[in-house]
Ligand binder design. Structure first.
Ligand code: NCD
Length: 304
């Protein structure tokens, strides 16, 4: 795995071995060995052309905990704004002995394009490209679910929100289908549902209560307003009435249903504050797992 640009490139064995490695990183950390030296002497650059809190910080923390040096490339103020192509930027960084580039970009396919052009020895890791892919989020969500349910195949997982514009939905669906989850339900208002046949094997509905019935896991998503042209944007209060996860609604799911959200969360729009902070919320566990999962990905992609 020299690069990680989409989960399409991972078969079940490769995916599970990344999750196993993340589990091992978490166990080591719990036993007081949070700092490893697997990437000592290596240099990794974070290049985020879109906003990020969790993903950027967890890649940086993960790289540092593996002993790597990290450069936070100031993407919006870089020479790409002076017309330099991203490919030239990668070659420039490689000439400074860069070993890995973590990239987030608004354009679909950016990470794949860079992986095709990257000089040998530079690993490209996709931290989210447009509506296309977000492999480490799909992996960390699968890790969080697997921690609670070692056999995912019998689970009912509901993903609710802006499925159409969400790279997280795409990544989660791929990861969960690899783990043989059969009952995957996608839910949201018609304008935010995926086009027909985008996700074979998933049930698609605009009825949230029906989609939640007896669910083991509910993954809530933010409306990707930055990827809409305005016309599709529902009124927030109306949206919350139909698709906001409230305590009353959550009662339709199994009593121990995991409540997940990749963040950033919008309280009172897609999720009620008391549910986000409630006993079933796994949101901060996702964040914690994100660091271990990104350590596993960096260590694997960079050759150790
Ligand atoms: C997501 C993203 O950037 O795709 N956030 C994240 O990586 N945790 C989801 C979002 O922005 O809504």
């Amino acid at each position: 795995m020299p690069h990680l640009t989409t989960l399409a490139q991972l078969d079940r064995t490769a995916l599970e071995s990344l999750l196993d490695r993340a589990d091992a990183m978490r166990d080591a950390s719990d036993q007081g060995h949070g700092k490893l030296d697997l990437l000592a002497g290596r240099t990794i650059a974070n290049a985020f052309f879109e906003p990020s809190t969790r993903t950027r910080v967890s890649f940086e923390l993960g790289a540092r905990r593996l002993g790597a040096d990290v450069v936070n490339f100031d993407a919006p103020n870089s020479s790409t704004n002076k017309g330099e192509s991203l490919i030239d930027t990668v070659h420039t960084l490689a000439a400074m002995q860069l070993d890995g580039l973590v990239v987030r970009h608004a354009d679909n396919g950016t990470a794949d394009m860079l992986a095709q052009h990257a000089p040998a020895g530079v690993a490209i890791i996709n931290a989210g490209d447009g509506t296309h892919a977000h492999p480490t989020q799909g992996l960390l969500d699968a890790l969080t679910i697997r921690q609670r349910h070692p056999d995912a195949s019998a689970l009912t997982v509901t993903i609710c929100g802006d499925i159409r514009h969400s790279r997280v939905a795409a990544a989660d669906i791929r990861a969960l289908q690899r783990l043989d989850v059969n009952d995957l339900r996608l839910c949201g208002p018609a304008a935010l549902l995926p086009e027909a046949d985008t996700f074979p094997g998933c049930a698609v509905t605009d009825d949230f209560d029906q989609a939640l019935a007896d669910a083991d896991v509910i993954i809530m998503l933010r409306m990707q307003t930055e990827r809409m042209n305005g016309t599709e944007l529902p009124d927030s209060a109306e949206y919350f009435r139909h698709y906001g996860l409230t305590r009353e609604r959550l009662a339709h799911a199994k009593p121990d249903c995991m409540v997940m959200h990749p963040g950033p969360i919008n309280r009172g729009i897609e999720i009620a504050a008391d549910v986000a902070d409630g006993p079933q919320s796994c949101i901060l566990e996702q964040v914690r797992n994100g660091v271990f999962l990104r350590m596993a990905v960096l260590a694997t992609a960079m050759g150790h």
